[in-house]
Design a protein around this ligand. Structure first.
Ligand code: MLT
Length: 234
């Protein structure tokens, strides 16, 4: 039987064998929600990079630049990390380079996998349907917060496990605890996530509407897919 595992933080990804598997990277607040929104809104390519310098340098290759640190936009870049920015008409058909505190790091640490796809509540069912048909073991890689556990990413992992559990064996305790956490929070998802440490951090920057959007299930049937280091529409 195919197996599903959950990696709760990029600090733990070295414990997982990625080869032969599909990795779903998730950073609900807000990196992977931005990437899903961007690709669904017509952005042609999104290039995730780990550092500010790498991102800045891509300007000369025709990329718009997006950068966030500690929930805030970084000075000197075109945009920060709000999904609403990724909806802007000026980015349609264009390419964006992005670096964030956790999400882009998690993506760059997943590239030994056969495939890397982007998961958020916004495209939950699209991700599940893709995985059901692929016939490969899965690792859900939670971006967390600076190496630590994050509630919202784990709840997404639980939501995806719930959709897949009939066809996959739960390969570790993290997948089981993510599932039980999601089952107890699914009827109050937004309220539950508003209690998370990063949601509180973002609320200090008056970013409530981003949180509400990032907690919306199945707004898009779009699958951002990593190909040669760049996210494109699958
Ligand atoms: C991250 O990568 O840590 C998040 O996406 C941060 C944010 O957008 O607030």
């Amino acid at each position: 039987m195919l197996k599903i595992e959950v990696c709760l933080s990029p600090q733990l990804i070295h414990l997982f064998e990625l080869k032969g598997k599909i990795v779903v990277v998730t950073d609900i607040l807000r990196a992977t929600s931005c990437m899903t929104t961007g690709i669904a809104s017509g952005v042609a390519k999104i290039k995730p990079v780990a550092t500010l310098d790498e991102c800045r340098a891509l300007k000369k290759d025709g990329y718009y630049t997006a950068a966030e640190r500690n929930g805030e936009k970084v000075e000197g870049f075109d945009i920060g990390n709000s999904p609403y920015s990724y909806m802007e008409e000026r980015f349609s058909g264009k390419k964006i380079a992005t670096t964030t505190t956790n999400g882009t790091l998690a993506i760059t640490k997943s590239t030994d996998a056969d495939e890397v796809i982007i998961g958020s509540f916004l495209n939950l069912s699209t991700v599940a349907n893709y995985l059901i048909n692929k016939g490969k073991d899965i690792i859900i890689h939670c971006a967390g917060w600076k190496g630590n556990y994050s509630l919202e990413d784990t709840l997404f992992a639980g939501a995806l496990v719930e959709k897949l559990e009939s066809g996959f064996e739960l390969g570790d305790d993290a997948s089981f605890s993510a599932l039980t956490s999601y089952k107890s929070a699914k009827n109050n998802l937004l309220e539950t996530i508003l209690g998370s440490s990063h949601a509180k951090r973002l609320e200090k920057h008056n970013i409530r509407k981003d949180i509400e959007l990032c907690c919306t299930i199945d707004k898009y049937n779009t699958l951002p897919y990593l190909k040669a280091g760049v996210l494109i529409k699958k």
